[in-house]
Ligand binder design. Structure first.
Ligand code: FAD
Length: 385
């Protein structure tokens, strides 16, 4: 074993890497976290995250939730499709929970996690890029880029780089949806009363998530349409959105913080061989239609930390430990990914038979409380739903 080898090195201090580091530290291990971003780089990410109630419980256990000032609860979700009958309403009251989920900006969550990492004295190195991780002589060998390239050794290398590292392997299951999410914050005439919308339209779904006194908008379009929308003035943007979404919230009054994200499915899985494991978006990148990406990543992080804390001495990063962890994660991730992929495809086809079936599906969801309960629990808690 090389001198000065680490137990666990985490590459990437996004929300998933940060949660994993905190759970390990609080359990008594001492991970080292590497982050490519310089220490004082401002977070320019405009993503809004809808955290499930299950994710809130995990963040509470880590002490992070208390640092998040203003997450907006979602108490109801209205699901509909444009130009057809059928709608469904999921409600927190029906699930006997205070909320179905919570809306906050990526930046707010990232800041709360950074503050907690500092408070917990987690070792971090900023401005360091993990270039390659591979098993070598019973350890993980990590090649680091940056000003002075170096090699680190660890019993376990956790890749949580969002799938952006140059060593990212090809996906086992991938699909380019040829869709782009146009994101923004919008003000509506009527207050949101903690009601979220998921409206399926032939161009792609439109989600409105209550956030503060506004709505966070995730408006999915074909790439050329998204490019056209990006050129619109604010007034024309609001008029187009009104036309596509309808009047359920009254008029759309104002828009700001517009941005765009191309959407695809890339499933690599958490298994990356002995001594190396992938979690969060490095393991799976999903379409945001069901708001599952970060929630799945958080459960990756939590279960990996549990698996490391329970590993017998000398078995950290062993093939047996990582295979058991990966099998558990497959049981959670694959149904969620399959459900998300089904939703995107089923609701974006213009086939008239599919259109009627969608309406019937929504009517059945509304008419059958057990079906609603199943969908809600699955979205809230994953495989433990
Ligand atoms: C429009 C949109 C809306 C979304 N909405 C939701 C939602 O409502 N609910 C939900 O659950 N999910 C949602 N998601 C998905 C969610 O944003 C991701 O699942 C989540 O951000 C993944 O976190 P992560 O930590 O794995 O990766 P990231 O957030 O990408 O973080 C990766 C980190 O690693 C660092 N890094 C990169 N390369 C390296 C390297 N080589 N070495 C060291 N560090 C590196 C980066 O600087 C970054 O800090 C949405 C996504 C999009 C695009």
């Amino acid at each position: 074993m090389p001198e000065a080898a680490e137990n666990i090195v985490i590459a990437g201090a996004g929300p998933v890497g940060a949660v994993c580091a905190l759970a390990l530290k609080q359990g008594g291990l001492d991970p080292l976290v590497l982050e490519a971003r310089p220490v004082d780089a401002p977070l320019s990410d405009r993503r809004t995250l809808a955290l499930s109630y299950g994710s809130r419980l995990l963040l509470e256990r880590l002490g992070v939730w208390a640092r998040i000032g203003d997450a907006t609860p979602i108490t109801r979700i209205h699901i509909s499709h444009r130009g057809g009958l059928g709608r469904a309403m999921l409600s927190a009251a029906e699930e006997k929970l205070p909320a179905l989920g919570y809306v906050l900006s990526y930046g707010e969550l990232a800041q709360a996690l950074m503050d907690e990492l500092k408070a917990a004295s987690v070792r971090m190195r900023f401005g360091v890029e993990a270039r390659r991780a591979q098993a070598q002589g019973g350890m993980a060998e990590l090649q680091l880029g940056g000003d002075a390239p170096e090699i680190l050794h660890a019993r376990l290398a956790v890749i949580a780089d969002g799938g952006r590292g140059e060593d990212t392997p090809p996906a086992k299951w991938s699909h380019d949806y040829a869709q782009v999410a146009v994101v923004a914050e919008v003000q509506t005439e009527m207050p949101h009363r903690n009601l979220a919308y998921e409206r399926f339209t032939p161009g792609g779904p439109i989600a409105l998530l209550p956030k503060g006194d506004k709505y966070a908008l995730v408006w999915v379009n074909a790439p050329d349409e998204a490019a056209r929308i990006a050129q619109l003035s604010d007034a024309d943007f609001l008029a187009e959105l009104q036309r596509r979404f309808g009047n359920r919230q009254g008029r759309f009054l104002a828009v700001h913080s517009r941005g765009q994200f191309p959407l695809r499915l890339d499933y690599r899985g958490t298994d990356a061989g002995q001594h190396v494991v992938r979690i969060g978006n490095a393991a799976q990148t999903l379409h945001p239609v069901a708001g599952q990406g970060f929630n799945l990543g958080l459960r990756d992080a939590w279960e990996l930390a549990e698996s490391c804390l329970q590993a017998a001495p000398g078995t950290l990063g062993s093939a047996a430990q990582l295979a058991r962890f990966a099998a558990g994660r497959r049981r959670d991730a694959l149904p969620g990914i399959g459900f998300t992929d089904f939703l995107v495809r089923a609701f974006s086809t213009t086939n008239p038979i599919a259109h009627h079936l969608r309406g019937l599906g929504l009517m059945a969801l509304q008419a059958l409380p057990p079906a609603r309960h199943f969908v809600a629990r699955r979205m809230l808690f994953g495989k433990n739903g």
